[in-house]
Design a protein around this ligand. Structure first.
Ligand SMILES: [Zn+2]
Length: 126
């Protein structure tokens, strides 16, 4: 997806703040995640991320909010914990996105961009 300069700068700053969080910075891609990324390619992974956002984060009511994103098992899950986009509680706390309503298209795009930037960065670091 395409980001403009302002969005890119905002996401960069957010990722810097996240990297200073002791809890968030603990999440790292393991060998399995890395191999999965390599095998599927970032474009395919972006589709997975879109699906996860749509199904697990976007709805107005999420029964298991706070527990819908496993700690491991998919590189996007890891990226979600690392970027505080794992649940609506964290989206509210970190980005002031209100709970109890559906996510707006621009909010879904923002979450997707954060996840993909984090994945891109961490994929290259390996
Ligand atoms: Zn969370």
């Amino acid at each position: 997806m395409e980001l403009n300069g302002v969005q890119r700068e905002f996401i960069k700053r957010k990722l810097e703040i996240l990297s200073k969080s002791q809890f968030r910075s603990k999440f790292k891609l393991n060998e399995k995640d890395y191999n999965y990324l390599k095998e599927k390619g970032l474009q395919k992974i972006e589709e997975h991320a879109k699906d996860f956002i749509q199904q697990r984060l976007a709805p107005k009511n999420i029964k298991n909010d706070g527990k819908q994103t496993p700690m491991r098992g998919h590189p996007v899950f890891v990226a979600q914990h690392a970027t505080a986009t794992c649940c609506r509680g964290c989206l509210y706390k970190w980005y002031h996105i209100p709970k109890n309503r559906e996510l707006l298209p621009k909010e879904k795009n923002f979450v997707l961009a954060l996840i993909m930037e984090w994945l891109n960065k961490n994929y290259k670091l390996k």
